[in-house]
Design a protein around this ligand. Structure first.
Ligand SMILES: NC(=O)C1=CN([C@@H]2O[C@H](COP(=O)(O)OP(=O)(O)OC[C@H]3O[C@@H](n4cnc5c(N)ncnc54)[C@H](OP(=O)(O)O)[C@@H]3O)[C@@H](O)[C@H]2O)[C@@H](O)CC1
Ligand SMILES: Nc1ncnc2c1ncn2[C@@H]1O[C@H](COP(=O)(O)OP(=O)(O)O)[C@@H](O)[C@H]1O
Ligand SMILES: [K+]
Length: 520
């Protein structure tokens, strides 16, 4: 496989099939096998450098000089090979090597020798700003980055961020942790595009990775990590996987075919959250959607905009069989009131989506945590949908600690609470107690607005309610969660391809409903 566009949101390039991502440790193993399989020394680096040069020609401006910033490791070697290709084809190139050639690892040192022999121009000084390169190739650091950029590397990264030409990062933006997507220090290259080599790294898809890496390309250098024996660290949800949960409706189906959704939400002053979850549940295709507001004297008994929502008394959900047969979405705008009903909901609900204040109540009460864990033994399945602050409360950490390693924390919470965890935010992570993990490639900052989480919870519940029971209820729930996050994000991208503001709730729900027919 060569040069595959993986993620270019503005042009709506999204993976069709699920793609595996490999963290640093797994990537190192694949790299070691690939190096062993080389038929001659430097073969992988030659492929990598060629791929970088080709992409730089595609993404660079038509005129100017390619500035290739090379670091002290093999990432720098990739840059040196790319520079030689570009020079050989007659393009203007300048290489800046940070560090001494003698200390380069073997393949990179050979790339340096070859570049010198080919007459590639090297430079010591950077052109002053304002400056616009044809493209800057960031080959400072890749998989080997272990600490914050300092000294010359930091200076080069800063310069790259201040010039106005496009920046192409090789393998990873220098200064970004490939496992987490977080900056390693104060300075990080901010790329327009990143070419991931050999494997896709999880940090490119979550945390700050989306903003730092820009459009994402991949070249597996012929190593086929899809066919690797070891497990992938996680999977990027593919469009086909997500859409497969929303098959065409059959003539013989009726609303009973799509299950009941029961929304237990909306304490006093937060009725809107319940309405949004209910309306989203309707749009997501649940057969019947019931709403019980968490208020002894509910301010509404009908949604005039969607009168097909069925409002029920605050205690109606306690009737026999309701929790056992419906899919329950509980906690959106739940306030303190949700705490009182959680013991019974946790004990009885067969399929439960726990959101917002439902999560906060669990975080504050060890007894509820035990009740949540006990559900797993009884075959009752839970999807928790925390945003980073709610996840922080559940984990007893700060939200910045959660964001520092979103994948690890989603996994840890899933194991600790024996539930499927959907950790919201850029690069939403879905993790199961069996340690499988999906990262969502859709969505953008337009979703950072009130109500979009309530909409996701209602939609997830509706998607789940239409799924038949199977032998692996936890994996099914995780697939439902991953598909719902995918469609939620995809709808936002359709509503606002380049967001400068929020995707408001009614626009988002309408776009999600539209997405149900968009894949046909
Ligand atoms: N092997 C191959 O043939 C292929 C490799 N490929 C390419 O190689 C890349 C991995 O190469 P790599 O392992 O050499 O790591 P890389 O990121 O270049 O640098 C490590 C060096 O940087 C140093 N260093 C780290 N952090 C630092 C800091 N903050 N400030 C200063 N120095 C710092 C670190 O020093 P140390 O920590 O050891 O003191 C070490 O010297 C991979 O991303 C891909 O692009 C692919 O093309 C496939 C073929
Ligand atoms: N920058 C972003 N990129 C992608 N998705 C985002 C971003 N910000 C928010 N979202 C998504 O929007 C939703 C917000 O949910 P939440 O924080 O619970 O909002 P609310 O409680 O107001 O409904 C989540 O699905 C989250 O993943
Ligand atoms: K890099």
């Amino acid at each position: 496989m060569a040069l595959l566009p993986v993620l270019a949101p503005a042009r709506l390039h999204l993976p069709g099939r699920a793609l595996p991502v490999h963290d640093t440790a797994a990537s190192r193993q694949i790299e070691a096998r690939a190096l062993q399989a080389q038929t001659e020394a430097g073969q992988l680096m030659a492929r990598a450098g060629l791929a970088v040069a080709r992409l730089a020609l595609t993404l660079g401006r038509p005129e100017g000089t390619f500035w290739v910033l090379c670091g002290p490791g093999n990432n720098g070697g990739d840059g040196l090979v790319a520079a030689r290709w570009l020079h050989r084809q007659g393009h203007a190139v300048r290489v800046i090597l940070a560090g001494s050639p003698e200390q380069l690892p073997a393949d990179a040192r050979q790339a340096f020798i070859d570049a010198q022999a080919a007459g590639v121009p090297f430079a010591e000084a950077l052109p002053p700003h304002p400056f616009r390169a044809r493209a800057v190739i960031d080959a400072l650091l890749g998989l080997g980055q272990t600490r914050p950029l300092e000294g010359r590397l930091a200076e080069l990264a800063r310069w790259s961020n201040e010039q106005t030409g496009p920046v192409l990062s090789v393998d990873l933006p220098s200064g970004m942790n490939g496992d987490t997507g977080q900056p390693t220090g104060d300075v990080t290259v901010r790329a327009q595009a990143t070419l991931s080599l050999l494997t896709l790294k999880p940090g490119l898809f979550t945390g700050q990775g989306r903003d730092l890496a820009g459009a994402l390309w991949w070249d597996d250098l012929g190593a086929h990590p899809n066919q690797e024996p070891g497990p992938a660290t996680a999977w990027i949800t593919g469009e086909e996987d997500a859409r497969s949960l929303y098959p065409p409706r059959q003539h013989g189906q009726h609303k009973g075919s799509f299950g009941d959704l029961w929304v237990l939400a909306g304490a006093r002053g937060m009725t809107g959250a319940a309405l949004l979850a209910g309306r989203s549940g309707l749009a997501g295709g649940a057969g019947r959607v019931y709403v019980s507001l968490l208020d002894q004297h509910p301010p509404l008994d009908c949604d005039p905009v969607h009168p097909e929502l069925m409002f029920r008394r605050p205690d109606a959900w306690q009737a026999p069989d309701v929790l056992e047969s419906a899919t329950v979405v509980c906690g959106c705008g739940g306030g303190d009131a949700v705490r009182l009903l959680l013991p019974e909901v946790l004990a009885r609900a067969r399929r439960l989506v726990l959101d917002a204040d439902g999560l906060n109540a669990v975080a504050a009460d060890g007894g509820l945590q035990d009740a949540l864990r006990a559900r797993a033994d009884r075959g009752l399945v839970t999807v928790l949908t925390p945003h980073p602050l709610e996840a922080a409360r559940l984990a007893g950490r700060s939200s910045s600690a959660i964001q520092a390693d979103r994948i690890a924390h989603a996994r840890a919470l899933a194991a600790q609470l024996r539930a499927v965890v959907l950790l919201k935010g850029s690069g939403t992570v879905v993790a199961t107690p069996m340690d499988s993990c999906w990262i969502n490639p859709t969505g953008h900052g337009g979703l950072a607005c009130p109500g979009s989480g309530d909409i996701l919870a209602g939609w997830l519940g509706a998607t789940w309610s239409a799924q038949p029971a199977s032998g692996d209820a936890v994996t099914d729930a995780a697939r439902v969660a991953a598909a719902s996050a995918w469609l939620h994000g995809r709808a936002a991208m359709q509503a606002q391809p380049r967001p400068h503001g929020p995707v408001l709730a009614d626009t988002l729900i309408a776009a999600m409903a539209g997405q149900l027919n968009a894949g046909a």
